[in-house]
Structures are given as C-alpha cells and as structure tokens.
Design a protein around this ligand. Structure first.
Ligand SMILES: CC(C)(COP(=O)(O)OP(=O)(O)OC[C@H]1O[C@@H](n2cnc3c(N)ncnc32)[C@H](O)[C@@H]1OP(=O)(O)O)[C@@H](O)C(=O)NCCC(=O)NCCS
Length: 187
C-alpha cells in the first residue's frame, strides 16, 4: 500500500474495441442527466441514487463528487463513452475500495437506449482486467439482487463466480428487505 493513497496508480482511461472509459470531468452532468432521465424506470428498479438526480445541478454535483473521490482514491467510477461518437452510455466502477485488502466492489449501469449491445459486458471485462493488473486486486465482487437477470448475466459473461446469497441483506428500492447474490473474481 502506498503511504499516500492519492498516489495509488489507477489509469485515467481504459480503451476497449468500441468504448472509452474515463473518470467523470466537469461538464459531464448534462449527458449524465439525459441518460438517467431516459432510464428512470429501468434503473429505479435496482438502484436508489438515480431518483435523486432530477436537475442539471444535481447531475453535475454527482460528477464532480465522483471526480473528487477519484482523486482521493475513495471511489473509482468510470463513465462509459462510445469511441466513435463520444456518446455517454453509462458508467461502471470500483466502489468502496478496501486498499489494505486490495478488495473492490464493482457496479454498473447503462442508459436504456444503449442496452442490448453487449456494451456493459465489454466495459466490465476491461475494468476487471484493470483491477487485477494495475491495482493488483485480490478480490472484485458484485452484489446483485437475484431477480436482476440482466446484471447477473453480465457478471457471468465476465467470469464472476457465484458465492452465495445474503438474505434480507438490505432494503430494496421498494423499501422491503431484499436478498443479494454475491459474485466475485479473484486472481
Ligand atoms: C445490467 C445492465 C447494465 C445490462 O445491460 P445489457 O445491455 O443488458 O447488457 P448486455 O447487452 O451486455 O447484455 C448482457 C446479457 O444479459 C442478457 N439479458 C439482458 N436482459 C435480460 C433479462 N431481462 N433477462 C435475462 N437476460 C437478460 C442479454 O441477453 C445478454 O446475454 P447474452 O449475451 O448471453 O445474450 C443494464 O440492464 C442496466 O443498466 N440495468 C439497470 C442497472 C443495474 O441493474 N445495474 C446493476 C446493479 S447490480
């Protein structure tokens, strides 16, 4: 572990065949708001934070806070952009990093108009590779509700292993206790 967490090496961009992944930067709020606005029904079923993003200011604030957390290495969120058009498609990232243990939690969402193209599988594969190599991760895990079949499929396609089910782990977006499946990748 570096003495100074801010000096932990983490790539500022990741390129795949079709995608560019990079941390949010000032001005991204507009595209992020547009993506969330078109996807509220699909995101809101599984994630609680999109509901809070209802204005340009809220979206820009989200991007700037993620950017600040990135610099502090408290969260490594990457926006996902289509390489040939710069279109914002969604995000994936390594959250709640436990640097001492080199363990990271992976998350992802795609705007609804971009689903069905395999983009997230491509993005998460690249993020996992980065985590295992550049960050020397010992563990990457994903916490997914058992009914979230699209998300589970992404985890499976990337190569995550099902480890078990945490029953009533936390409240779902409907306010009722929800089960979470744990999927993980280790080197
Ligand atoms: C999870 C999410 C990123 C997946 O996006 P996607 O566009 O479906 O991803 P892909 O196009 O890469 O498809 C992945 C696989 O899921 C499958 N899939 C998609 N929707 C499905 C569904 N409702 N049921 C079963 N499988 C499904 C696809 O067929 C594909 O598998 P295949 O290649 O074997 O055919 C997207 O649905 C999303 O943003 N959901 C809301 C946010 C969320 O749930 N995030 C994860 C929280 S844990």
């Amino acid at each position: 572990l570096a003495t100074y967490k801010t000096l932990e090496p983490a790539p500022e961009s990741i390129e795949t065949e079709r995608l560019l992944l990079r941390p949010y930067q000032p001005g991204d709020g507009e595209a992020v708001l547009e993506a969330i606005a078109e996807s509220r029904a699909e995101l809101g079923r599984w994630l609680s934070w999109p509901e809070k993003i209802q204005s340009l200011e809220a979206a820009e604030d989200l991007c700037l806070r993620r950017r600040a957390e990135w610099i502090r290495r408290e969260d490594l969120t990457y926006g996902i952009f289509l390489k040939n058009s710069d279109r914002f498609l969604g995000a994936t990232g390594l959250h709640s990093p436990r640097w001492d243990d080199r363990a990271f939690e992976i998350g992802y969402f795609l705007r609804t108009s971009a689903t069905g193209n395999g983009y997230m599988t491509e993005a998460v594969k690249a993020l996992v590779e980065m985590g295992l190599n550049a960050l020397a991760a010992n563990r990457l895990d994903a916490w997914i509700e058992p009914e979230n079949h699209a998300s589970i499929r992404v985890a499976e396609l990337v190569g995550f292993t099902y480890e078990g089910c945490l029953r009533n782990f936390q409240l779902g977006t409907n306010g009722k206790p929800a089960d979470y499946n744990v999927y993980a990748i280790v080197p």
